[in-house]
Design a protein around this ligand. Structure first.
Ligand code: F6R
Length: 357
């Protein structure tokens, strides 16, 4: 065991509220005056390109979602291994995300892209990494060492760090009203509590759900907005840990093809971020006998979203989350993998730091 945990992944999942609290305590006081961003001393930007691999790319997509939905900033996302031919426009802010800061696909992409008229900000858990050295500015995630191959607490750390920086940048460039920024920064401050609730609820309700799907060959994850990103992250965790097939889709795409996958008993995990249109997708799955695991607010199968936070006007303000929904996705993947006899800290075929292209 590791510090009373059966594996590193368990320990790293459990650490997430503390990691979030540490980051929020450090960064939140510098969000609303724009100084978190201003201190990076970067030129003004007109657009953002997010780049990374795997879970870091998903973290980048969450941050990109915050920048575009809250600040109307044009955001493009590049998969690092496919980025070589991307055209870089002037005054682009490049957000490069990597836990290790040593991922070859990302480092090579940065080398090949013409970044002469862009500024490069690294969001990494390793401030001494190659990526950090190449960047104009570095935002350190401060998650502590992550040993499990599957990224968990570093995802949460990257998103919170990046969203704090994004809010600060939007305030500094007057792309966001201060009153809105206050609400979103309050939301960030709630993250430790939300993550802790999500861990407790997940451990309570997921074991019996997982026990019922052990023989299922495939899993579908649905979401909307940044919920699609969380769906992607849930499917990635499930694939790498359990070795079962998983795919993610925007809920609205279901009827355009993937619905054909849904049969009696097919597990469909839905990230319900509060947009009522999700109900129609859920009804479509239900009508085919799919097994719906709804991760959302009160009354959901896994009621973790927004627990412990004031109801009412804040609900509409949450356009970049719900980050706490990643917790049941991590725990679902780990529980399933363990039940199938997998080594959750060292999944087959994978390495923690991928230093080959
Ligand atoms: C998934 C996972 C990988 C990494 C990816 C990028 O759990 O760990 O998808 O996120 O290999 O690694 P970094 O963040 O070190 O660049």
């Amino acid at each position: 065991g590791v510090d009373g945990h059966p594996d590193f992944m368990s320990k790293e999942i459990a650490e997430q509220p503390d990691v979030a609290a540490r980051i929020v305590d450090r960064l939140a006081p510098h969000v609303l005056d724009g100084s978190l961003w201003a201190d990076l001393a970067l030129p003004r930007f007109d657009r953002v390109t997010v780049i990374g691999c795997g879970t870091s790319l998903n973290a980048g997509r969450m941050i990109g979602g915050a920048l575009s939905s809250l600040g109307r900033v044009p955001v493009r996302t590049l998969v690092a291994s496919e980025a070589a031919d991307a055209v870089m426009e002037p005054r682009t802010l490049v957000l490069a995300l990597s836990q290790s800061g040593e991922t070859a696909d990302l480092l090579n992409a940065i080398e090949r892209l013409d970044l002469s008229r862009s500024s490069l900000v690294a969001i990494t858990n390793n401030e001494h990494s190659t990526l950090a050295r190449q960047a104009d500015s570095v935002l350190t995630c401060d998650a502590g060492p992550e040993i499990g191959v599957a990224a968990t607490k570093t995802f949460v750390a990257q998103v919170i760090t990046g969203v704090a920086a994004a809010l600060s940048a939007l305030v500094a460039s007057e792309r966001m009203l201060r009153s809105d920024a206050v609400r979103h920064s309050d939301e960030l401050r709630l993250m430790p509590e939300l993550l802790a609730h999500a861990i407790a609820v997940s451990h309570e309700v997921l074991p019996s759900i997982v026990a019922g799907v052990l023989d299922e060959p495939g899993f579908l994850f649905l979401g909307q907005g940044t919920g699609v990103v969380l769906a992607a992250e849930g499917a990635l965790k499930l694939k790498e840990l359990s070795y079962r097939w998983a795919e993610h889709q925007p809920a609205g795409e279901l009827k355009h093809g993937p619905l054909a996958l849904v049969d009696r008993g097919t597990p469909v995990l839905v990230i319900d971020s509060g947009d009522p249109r999700i109900d129609r997708s859920i009804a479509e799955v239900d009508a085919r006998g799919g097994r719906i695991v709804r991760i959302g607010g009160p009354g959901s199968t896994v009621p973790v979203v927004g627990l412990g936070r004031p109801a009412g006007p804040m609900a509409g303000a949450r356009r970049w989350g719900p980050l706490e929904a990643v917790v049941p996705l991590q725990i679902f993947a780990r529980d399933l993998a363990l039940a199938l006899g997998r080594d959750v800290d060292k999944p087959r075929n994978l390495a923690k730091s991928v230093t080959v292209e």
